[in-house]
Design a protein around this ligand. Structure first.
Ligand code: 26Q
Length: 748
């Protein structure tokens, strides 16, 4: 980029009478004029994902272009604070970890110079925006394009036609440059051509409880898969015409979970259309595709009805049946037992449906989990049959996060402190962070660190005061649990612990309690009844606590509204304690945990997902681990777990849990709280009572919170734990992850 010219032109911009949106578009468009995407080499990797949770692009792009500081200064001269652009809302084309991971990987691919090309959907409406009304979550459509979309370029001439049995749809690419050592492209497709067509890129995760909803989901997944495959094949043909023998050599395609798995039968379909035999096409597919699993929860494993597929994608359905036959033939040849055959079956007779995970597992060259423990669990349980015959197909690539967004941008104050000790190289070479270990016992460094934390907390508290109307003052220890709302993440367990703190404080049982803030941030899927009940319950508890003058100043709860990437940037920088308390075995990795660690929060959590690696790197003495390990949970699941007898023996917790039904709190007769109570004590929706083992871990959780709270009294000692986490977070950079993908999976 010609930095100087850009800045010169920026100086000439007239700001008079322009609002934030206008200026945002003008400056962004100006920057875009200077951005030239890198040449695409013959061999590259494509990353297919139904979500890309990019968040705010403006600051990140200026940062990557190396002009953020200068732009800020020039605007200042004109009387504009660059923070003005915080008014521009995030593009939330994703809903959680998997989507944010895709965004961090795009960032890292460009940063380390790997040719990595993203393919996704340009949803008109991203993840809903959240409001609370009386503590109930309300959803508002996310019309992110009302601010314009200056960082994308519509590529009319590269549009394609996607064919369903009953309709044709135009897939129009919008290219977003991803800036780093290389400039890669994230290509998001918009569906056009008719009102029906437009629905396909209408919203992220449309409800799929009706047949119509399911068909729309299938259309979305196929739309993404077919557009991406069409693009990749067309690029290839520019070089080799109709000779496909180099296709596998030049392409590696990563399937981000099963949502883009239709890319497999689609590639086979296209290659057959070009004249290849089914078997040659399958052979190519087996070389180019790789599959990342992100969850073992049975309800999140996709199965598509053969009847629905036949209706709108008959050819794809036929090809899936062929792949199923190929798999059966191969499994017989390789001696899979009947049980193993059943477990790996692509077409599942009893359900009249295709298992998208098994399709991916059979075809993929490499299959990976997203943290060590998760990769072990998929080898041992979910994909054990395949692992028994093809251990060479399995890899682990522990997730990572982009330190440029999650440390440099989110926490310039801590970044400056790091720069002072070890220089500026860590932005591209995060392993250099290790050098901070020389300063973890340095008094002056720790005092500066404490100051930085204090400042970030102060900034966050003022922001919370403005946006949530909750006033927080004085020195506080900040506990944060921010992530999607799901029962397995156990926000409900934190709610119980928080309520217990409140009662114990009131009864004078907690001497020397360091004033604390418990911060929650989470969106619930609109149709997830129980998750919505948990949100309301937490909000009720917070209302009770914050209104009580007796505990005021010592305990505050806050549930931030509209938790998103930009809010996360503020929270991870400020938190002292990162709450990561999922039932062991169920959080595949977590990436929030890494963002907190990098910013110097200790992890208070279970031995699950990447928490295990965090503790391994930063030391058990610098984190707070509690609760049942995976092995114990697996034992408990086999039988012998009785939540009711636990409650009988622990009246202090029984009293807390019964606030769900004894009238302490009101859900306005909506039945949320009663249903939650039943789910814990009787069981519901095919689950046993307390399916996520809250009562197994609750008391230990509470004691661990108290321990951390007590340790914080020694502020310097606690700061040392926190700073050790920063110093040892280099493993969790997505630069490291993406290099592992490039070397071990894509062979780039
Ligand atoms: C499946 C079927 C039907 C409808 C929806 C879905 C569905 C949609 C989204 C299933 C799963 C997802 C998203 C999963 C996800 O975000 N998983 C998270 O991935 C992160 C990145 O690897 C991990 O860090 C988290 O542990 C994991 O929960």
């Amino acid at each position: 980029m010609e930095k100087k010219k850009f800045l010169e032109e920026l100086r000439k911009i007239d700001i008079n009478g322009k609002d934030a949106t206008q200026l945002y578009n003008e400056i962004s468009s100006l920057a875009m004029k200077y951005i030239q995407t890198s040449e695409k080499p013959n061999r590259c990797a494509s990353y297919l994902s139904i979500e890309f949770l990019i968040g705010r692009v403006f600051y990140n792009n200026l940062l990557e272009l190396g002009v953020l500081r200068e732009v800020s200064e020039i605007l200042k001269e004109k009387g504009v604070n660059i923070a003005l652009f915080e008014e521009i809302e995030d593009a939330a084309l994703g809903n959680g970890g998997l989507g944010r991971l895709a965004a961090c990987y795009m960032d890292s691919g460009a940063a380390v110079g790997i040719p990595l090309y993203g393919y996704g959907i340009r949803y008109k409406y991203g993840l809903f925006r959240q409001k609370f009304e009386d503590g109930f979550q309300k959803e508002i459509p996310d019309d992110w394009q009302r601010f314009g979309d200056p960082w994308s370029i519509r590529k009319e001439e590269e549009k394609q036609i996607i064919r369903f049995a009953d309709m044709e749809v135009h897939a129009v690419p919008y290219d977003m440059p991803i800036i780093g050592k290389r400039i890669n492209v994230l290509r998001l497709y918009q569906a056009e051509g008719s009102e029906e067509a437009e629905k396909i890129s209408g919203v992220l995760y449309p409800p799929d409880d009706t047949e119509e909803g399911k068909l729309l989901r299938i259309r979305q997944e196929y739309f993404l898969s077919a557009a991406a495959m069409g693009d990749i094949v067309r690029e290839y043909e520019k070089r080799h015409g109709n000779d496909y023998k180099y296709f596998a050599e030049e392409n590696s395609i990563q399937l981000n979970d099963t949502h883009p798995v239709f890319a497999i039968p689609e590639l086979i379909r296209v290659l057959k259309e070009k004249g290849l035999s089914y078997l040659s096409a399958l052979k190519i597919a087996k070389q180019v595709f790789n599959y990342t699993n992100h969850t073992i929860l049975p309800e999140a494993l996709e199965h598509w009805d053969v009847r629905l597929l036949k209706k709108i994608l008959p050819e794809i359905s036929e090809i899936l049946l062929s792949i199923n036959s190929s798999a059966r033939w191969r499994h017989r040849k390789e001696g899979y037992t009947p049980q193993e055959s059943a477990a790996t079956s692509i077409y599942i007779h009893s359900r009249r449906a295709f298992s998208m995970a098994n399709t991916a597992v059979f075809v993929a060259n490499k299959i990976n989990g997203v943290a060590e423990i998760h990769s072990e669990i998929i080898k041992r349980n979910l994909f054990a049959a395949e692992y028994a015959h093809h251990p060479e197909k399995f890899e682990n690539v522990t997730n990572g996060v982009a330190q440029r967004r999650w440390l440099e941008l989110a926490n310039p104050e801590l970044s400056a402190l790091i720069d002072k000790q070890i220089g500026r190289n860590w932005r591209e070479h995060f392993e250099e962070l290790d050098k901070l270990n020389a300063y973890t016992a340095n008094e002056e460094t720790l005092l500066e660190f404490i100051q930085v934390k204090g400042k970030k907390k102060e900034q966050l508290f003022r922001y919370i005061e403005k946006t949530e109307g909750v006033k927080i003052d004085g020195e506080r220890i900040l506990y944060a649990q921010v992530k999607r709302l799901h029962e397995y993440k156990r926000q409900l367990m934190t709610a119980f612990a928080l309520l217990r703190l409140y009662y114990d404080l009131k009864e004078g049982k907690l001497k020397d309690f360091t004033p604390s803030v418990f911060l929650f941030g989470a969106k619930s899927a609109p149709s997830y009844f129980r998750a919505k009940g948990i949100i309301k319950y937490i909000n009720e508890i917070i209302k009770l606590i914050n209104a009580d003058p007796e505990t005021n100043g010592r305990l505050t709860g806050v549930f931030v509204t509209e938790y998103n990437v930009s809010y996360a940037e503020k929270i991870v920088a400020a938190a002292d304690v990162s709450l990561q308390v999922s039932t062991a075995g169920l959080e595949a990795s977590g990436t929030g945990n890494m963002k907190f660690m990098m910013n110097g929060a200790v992890t208070l959590g279970t031995m699950d997902g990447a928490n295990i690696e965090i503790v391994e790197k930063a030391g058990g003495e610098n984190n707070y681990i509690f609760g049942a390990r995976v092995e114990e949970i697996e034992e408990l699941r086999k039988g012998g777990y009785d939540p009711n007898s636990y409650l009988k023996e622990h009246p202090e917790w029984k009293k807390i849990v019964e606030t769900l039904t004894d009238g302490t709190f009101s859900d306005e007769k909506m039945g949320y709280f009663r249903e939650l109570y039943d789910s814990l004590t009787i069981g519901a929706s095919w689950h046993k009572p307390d399916h996520y083992f809250i009562f197994r871990d609750l008391e230990e959780y509470y004691q661990t919170i108290l321990q951390s709270n007590y340790d914080y009294k020694n502020r310097k000692g606690f700061a040392q734990k926190q700073f050790k986490n920063v110093a040892n977070s280099f493993h969790f950079s997505s630069d490291r992850s993406i290099k592992e993908y490039a070397e071990r999976i894509w062979q780039l």
